[in-house]
Design a protein around this ligand. Structure first.
Ligand code: NAP
Length: 304
């Protein structure tokens, strides 16, 4: 079974990219879309992110066989409640939220009796809004599907096929496992980036112009991550609190160990640690999940 009438709720980076990718890879399918922001709806219409931009969420979903909710995780329940009464029977509802246990609970509460199959395409950029989306966002990226207990396997298979058609590789796991894995691979790195950029900008004795001027010394990559959407990331930390706090605790312990190695001059420990982490980078490149070129292919190779 392939979905043929896809409704996208929220027409920012993720929603816009889904609309464009469906047009490119599933040309027989039709798309409708809705966003709470009238300016976003207008811009989505100009860019033709979906075939038809609707004025209400109910209009967008009323003929859909798949609804994909692409709003910040804290707004999932509210977005679903808005179209619940208009949903055709048999439609599958999914989402793209970055945390999964809280989203599953919010969607199940808002859509009792509906086939809800949450998912998270692990693909994105630091940009947001209706101008940010592009059709190739999901190419070769993972999409994690987190079916609730008792979900119809046919719906899980259909959603997997949908994401594979858009270019993604699919993995199925529980929502709690997803939240733990993403806490360390995505959420904690964002927290660290937000912290370090804030710390640098608060430093006395180092001017803001120096922070910008010498940013190629490693800081620049943190600033890209720390430019991510504040609403999205506020919601991620509030909805994946337990897993993030657990990973933060482990991180703090490891940081303290490195701090001690520096203080006591334990070069061997530092070298061993850095050699091990370099291997992880190699594995990521081998798996095709990042650019092989030095400095991510930037033309102006700065200090590292
Ligand atoms: P985005 O570009 O800001 O788009 C979200 C859109 O949803 C905005 O236009 C927003 O309008 C709209 N919206 C908010 N509440 C709504 C509601 N109740 N009904 C309809 N529309 C509503 O955000 P995004 O980056 O696409 O992120 C969307 C989701 O994808 C989030 O759950 C995020 O966790 C997940 N995700 C993001 C990334 C990433 O890298 N960005 C990667 C993977 C997954 P307003 O601006 O007016 O609020």
């Amino acid at each position: 079974m392939t979905f043929q009438r896809i409704a996208v709720i929220g027409l920012g980076l993720l929603g816009g990219s889904i609309g464009l990718a469906v047009r490119e890879h599933l040309p027989s399918a039709s798309t409708t879309g809705y966003d709470a922001d009238p300016a976003t709806r207008a811009r989505a219409g100009d860019r033709q992110l979906v075939d038809k931009v609707c004025e209400t969420a109910a209009d967008a979903v009323c003929e859909a066989d798949l609804v994909v909710i692409c709003v910040p995780v804290g707004a999932m329940g509210e977005a679903a409640a808005e179209f619940a009464a208009a949903l055709p029977s048999g439609a599958v509802v999914s989402d793209v939220g970055s945390s999964k246990q809280s989203v599953a609970a919010a969607l199940e509460a808002a859509l009792p009796g509906v086939a809800v199959i949450p998912a998270h395409p692990v693909a994105g950029t630091e940009r947001s809004g209706p101008d940010a989306g592009f059709a190739s966002l999901f190419q070769q990226r993972w999409c994690i599907i987190t079916p609730p207990e008792g979900a119809d396997p046919a719906n899980v298979a259909a959603l997997s096929q949908f994401w594979e058609a858009l270019g993604a590789r699919v993995e199925v796991m529980t929502a709690s496992h997803h939240d733990m894995v993403l806490a360390i691979t995505s959420h904690l790195p964002h927290l660290i980036a937000y912290t370090i950029v804030g710390t640098a900008s608060d430093l006395e004795g180092v001017t803001e112009s120096e922070v910008i001027k010498y940013s190629a010394g490693g800081f620049r990559d943190f600033t890209r991550i720390a430019a991510s959407d504040p609403t999205m990331w506020r919601d991620v930390f509030l909805t994946n609190k337990d897993a993030v706090l657990e990973m933060l605790q482990r991180f703090t312990e490891d940081l303290t160990a490195l701090q001690r190695a520096i203080r006591v001059g334990d070069g061997e420990q530092l070298f061993e640690h850095f050699a091990r982490t370099r291997e992880i980078r190699r594995s990521i490149i081998e798996l095709g999940q990042d650019d092989t070129r030095p400095d991510f292919g930037r033309s102006d190779h700065g200090n590292s």
